[in-house]
Design a protein around this ligand. Structure first.
Ligand SMILES: Cc1ncc(COP(=O)(O)O)c(C=O)c1O
Length: 400
C-alpha cells in the first residue's frame, strides 16, 4: 500500500522555490550567482511596523486570537477596502490567514468538489493549479498570451466557462507577467461573468500597490457591483509592505463563504501569528508614505530590465503595468545552441544553460503555463540587475 496520498501525487513542488534553492546551493558552493527567481521585495519591513510588533510582544499579545483574525485587524481591513477600493464590508465578511496563500487555499478547500473546474488565465502564479488539485478540483488553464499583452480576452473567458466552472481566478497586476487590467479591460471580463451567475470570482489583488506610470488599479467587485455577492477579494501585506516573512493575508466576501473558510482554518492552523497580526494592523492603519518610494524604485528597475532584455537577441519583453516581474518571450532563441553546448529546445533548457553558464537564475516559463518565456523578478538592486541583464545579453548573443 502506498504511504503517500494520491492527491499529493498530482501536485508538484513550487518551481520558483526550487530555482531559489538551486541558486542558493550554487552560491554556497562559491559560484558567482545572481538570483532573479524569488518573488519578494528586497526592502526591509518599515520600522514603524517592526516597532508595533515589538510593542505587541512586550504587551503580552502572545496568545491565541480569534481563529480568522483579531476584531481590530478585521476593522482595519474593512477600512482599507472602503478607502482604497470603494468596497463596503463588515468585519463578519473578513477573514485573516497565514499569508495570501492560506487564504486562497482555504477558499478552494471550503468550496471545491470533485469535477468542479477552476478557470486560471495562463501564464499563472505557479501555486494556483496545484492548490486547486490539492483541494480536489480541476484546474483549467485559459491562454492569455503575448499577443494580448498577457491579458485574458473576454472571448477566451466566455469559451472556457462550462456548467462545471465554480471559480474564475483573477490576478492583476499579475505574477508572473506584471500585466495589469485597466478598468475597461476588466469590465469586459466582468460583463462575461454577469452572464454566468454560477461562476464565482477569486480576485488575487496581492500586487495592488505596485503599479506604475499612471496605471489605476481596480478589482472586480468594484468595477461590477453586480458581482459583489459572488466575489472573494483577496489581498495581503506581504508584497506592498515588504512583509513576506510575517505571513498575513486577508480577504473579504459573502459571510457564508467567510465562515466556511474559518472552519477550514480552525481545523488546520488556527489563528495567524498574533504578533504578525499586530504588525499588519500598523501596516494598514499607519503611515503609507513609504509606498511611493517603493513604487518609484520598482518602476525604475522595470524600465532598466525591460530596456536591457529587449536589447537581447531573440528576446521580446513587454513593459508591464505593475508587480515586480517581467516575462520575456524567447521564441527567437529556441533551436539554437549555447556556448557550453546545450541545445535550447525549450525554456527550461534556456534557464538551465543560463544558470550554469552565466550564473543568472530565472524561472522558466513552462512552470507558469506559457512557453517559451522566462520570468525575471526585478526586486533587487539596480547594480545587480544591470550585471544580470548584461550576462543575459551576452548569453543570448553567444547562441548559435
Ligand atoms: C499572485 C500571488 N498571490 C499570492 C501570493 C502569496 O502571498 P503570501 O506570501 O502572502 O502567501 C503570491 C506570492 O508570491 C503571489 O505572487
Amino acid at each position: 500500500m502506498a504511504f503517500l496520498s494520491d492527491t499529493l501525487a498530482r501536485v508538484k513542488p513550487s518551481p520558483t522555490i526550487a530555482v531559489t534553492t538551486k541558486a542558493n546551493e550554487l552560491k554556497a558552493a562559491g559560484k558567482d550567482v545572481i538570483g532573479l527567481g524569488a518573488g519578494e521585495p528586497d526592502f526591509d519591513t518599515p520600522d514603524h511596523i517592526k516597532e508595533a510588533a515589538k510593542r505587541a510582544i512586550d504587551a503580552g499579545k502572545t496568545k491565541y486570537t480569534a481563529v480568522d483574525g483579531m476584531p481590530e485587524l478585521k476593522k482595519a481591513i474593512c477600512a482599507k477596502f472602503e478607502r482604497e477600493n470603494g468596497l463596503t464590508y463588515t468585519p463578519a465578511q473578513v477573514t485573516v490567514g497565514t499569508g495570501g496563500k492560506q487564504i486562497l487555499y482555504n477558499a478552494l478547500v471550503a468550496t471545491l468538489n470533485p469535477g468542479d473546474e477552476v478557470l486560471i488565465p495562463a501564464p499563472y502564479w505557479v501555486s494556483y493549479p496545484d492548490m486547486v488539485l490539492l483541494a480536489g478540483g480541476t484546474p483549467v488553464a485559459v491562454a492569455a498570451g503575448i499577443e494580448t499583452n498577457f491579458k485574458l480576452s473576454p472571448a477566451a473567458l466566455e469559451a472556457a466557462i462550462t456548467p462545471k466552472t465554480k471559480w474564475f481566478i483573477f490576478n492583476s497586476p499579475s505574477n508572473p507577467t506584471g500585466a495589469g487590467y485597466t478598468k475597461a479591460e476588466l469590465k469586459a471580463l466582468t460583463d462575461v461573468l454577469m452572464r454566468h451567475p454560477h461562476v464565482w470570482v477569486m480576485s488575487d489583488d496581492m500586487y495592488e500597490h505596485l503599479v506604475f506610470d499612471d496605471f489605476e488599479f481596480c478589482t472586480p467587485a468594484q468595477v461590477e457591483p453586480g458581482l459583489y455577492d459572488r466575489t472573494l477579494t483577496c489581498n495581503g501585506v506581504s508584497k506592498a509592505y515588504a512583509m513576506t516573512g510575517w505571513r498575513i493575508g486577508y480577504a473579504a466576501g459573502p459571510v457564508e463563504l467567510i465562515k466556511a473558510m474559518a472552519k477550514v482554518q480552525s481545523q488546520s492552523t488556527s489563528n495567524p501569528s498574533s504578533i504578525s497580526q499586530h504588525a499588519a494592523l500598523e501596516a494598514l492603519n499607519g503611515p503609507q508614505d513609504f509606498l511611493g518610494p517603493f513604487r518609484e524604485a520598482f518602476q525604475r528597475r522595470r524600465n532598466l530590465v525591460v530596456d536591457m532584455l529587449n536589447a537581447c537577441e531573440g528576446v521580446t519583453c513587454p513593459k508591464p503595468e505593475g508587480a515586480f516581474y517581467v516575462y520575456p518571450d524567447i521564441s527567437g532563441c529556441i533551436g539554437k545552441t549555447s556556448a557550453g553546448g546545450t541545445k535550447i529546445t525549450d525554456d527550461e533548457a534556456f534557464a538551465t544553460a543560463l544558470l550554469e553558464e552565466t550564473g543568472v537564475a530565472v524561472v522558466f516559463g513552462a512552470a507558469f503555463g506559457l512557453s517559451p518565456n522566462f520570468r525575471v523578478s526585478y526586486a533587487t538592486s539596480d547594480a545587480v540587475l544591470k550585471d544580470a541583464c548584461t550576462r543575459i545579453q551576452q548569453f543570448c548573443a553567444s547562441l548559435t
